[in-house]
Design a protein around this ligand. Structure first.
Ligand code: FMN
Length: 372
């Protein structure tokens, strides 16, 4: 079945940035779902830091550069990406739109953007992979990179079953999220939305932990993944393994010692431990410690093409966007996500051209200045 591009009429005419989608999205979702998407942990300090940290970074253009043959293309873990922008794993996308992750996957395919599907997706990982195949065939485009975000389950055999399913469905990498094993949430999924990949798997350790309960001594802490589990997982799959949720340079080094092929520097959108620095604040120290041995991806607060160049200048290989995909999905489904990705890509090209950078590799640290 072919998947034609949706009519552009589905996109409200006054949307010209990702922030415009965010402003409109609340009206398209039940309040509880909207709150779940937007929330930051605690007092929202880390959530806010994700934006203010980007705003404190200035950009220093170089003029009269040769921009002929300019390109945003990169290669990441052996795969070509049209630009250094990927879709972050975001759970339960059917809370924003009935087609959920399928619409997001079709938009990613239409715009040639890599996607990381969540363990907690509201359709199965196989359905997402199939949507990529159908959309790429229907559009006559090559399928974009598709990776699987893994949450370790309480039983290793359940974790391994998810990995085997991702391998069988053609996913190109495993992104193990390590910063949200112990996360509190009071969000009750709306009727009809479920963790589709986890049917038949005992309640995983990272899901909702009500407030006001003792934590230590429960399976939530006792079964939380440890470094020894990384060594085990690395030995179990031939797919590249990335760890998502690294903020300390020491952990970046430990991850490399454990054979990990890539890192996602992230504070989980400010949703876990309030007080965490923004990922972009820790990026220079991590980039220095890692010294180019593995690619560094980064997320949290990326909303503009200028944010993308700031992250690349400070040592990132690529960025992920989280909430904006939900905002666009809620407002205009697949067309919205495709439009949001197009705007971000076009802002990135403009920023690169104005900085005097014809390639991603030429976005060097001397292009940024820090404001107090
Ligand atoms: C509603 C929502 C659900 C998320 N679900 C997951 C998830 O299932 N797995 C994961 O690793 N990260 C998850 N994240 C975190 C994102 O992958 C990403 O780190 C974060 O959203 C980036 O910040 P941004 O929203 O400011 O772009 C989620 C974030 C949001 C907002």
């Amino acid at each position: 079945m072919s998947t034609p591009l949706p009519p552009l009429g589905a996109i409200p005419a006054d949307i010209a940035s990702l922030a415009d989608y965010e402003r409109r999205a609340a009206a398209h979702m039940p309040l509880a779902s909207w709150t779940y998407v937007q929330e930051g942990a605690g007092d929202g300090l880390s959530f806010a830091a994700n934006r203010t940290a980007f705003d404190r970074i200035g950009l220093l253009p170089r003029v009269l550069a040769d921009l002929r043959g300019g390109s945003t293309q990169i290669t990441l873990l052996g795969e070509r990406h049209a630009s250094p922008i990927l879709l972050a794993p975001v759970a339960y996308q059917r809370i924003a739109h009935e087609e959920g992750e399928l619409a997001t996957m079709r938009a990613a395919t239409a715009m040639d953007v890599g996607m990381i599907a969540s363990t907690l997706s509201s359709v199965t990982l196989e359905e997402i992979a199939a949507a990529r195949g159908q959309a790429s065939q229907g559009l006559g485009l090559a399928p974009p990179p598709l990776w699987f975000q893994l949450y370790a389950q309480e039983r290793r055999e359940d974790t391994l079953a998810l990995v085997r399913r991702a391998e069988a469905a053609g996913y190109g990498a495993i992104v193990l999220t390590v910063d949200a094993s112990i996360k509190r949430s009071t969000f009750a999924l709306p009727p009809g939305v479920e963790a589709a990949n986890l049917r038949g798997i005992a309640r995983p350790a990272q899901t909702a932990q009500p407030l006001g309960r003792i934590l230590f001594g429960t399976s939530l802490t006792d079964a939380a993944p440890r470094w020894e589990d990384i060594a085990w997982l690395r030995g179990e799959t031939r797919l590249p393994l990335l760890l998502k949720g690294i903020l300390a340079p020491q952990d970046a080094l430990l991850a490399i010692e454990h054979g990990v092929e890539g890192l996602v520097v992230s504070n989980h959108g400010g949703r876990v431990l309030d007080g965490m620095p923004a990922a972009i604040e820790m990026l220079p120290a991590i980039a220095q410690a890692v010294g180019g041995r593995v690619p560094l991806l980064i997320d949290g607060g990326v909303r503009r093409g200028t944010d993308v160049v700031k992250a690349l200048a400070l040592g990132a290989s690529a960025v992920l966007i989280g909430r904006p995909q939900v905002h666009a999905l809620a407002v205009a489904g697949m067309a919205g996500v495709a439009h949001a990705l197009l705007m971000l890509r076009s802002e990135l090209e403009l920023a690169m051209a104005q900085l005097g950078c014809a390639s991603v590799a030429s976005i060097t640290t001397d292009r940024v200045v820090f404001r107090s």
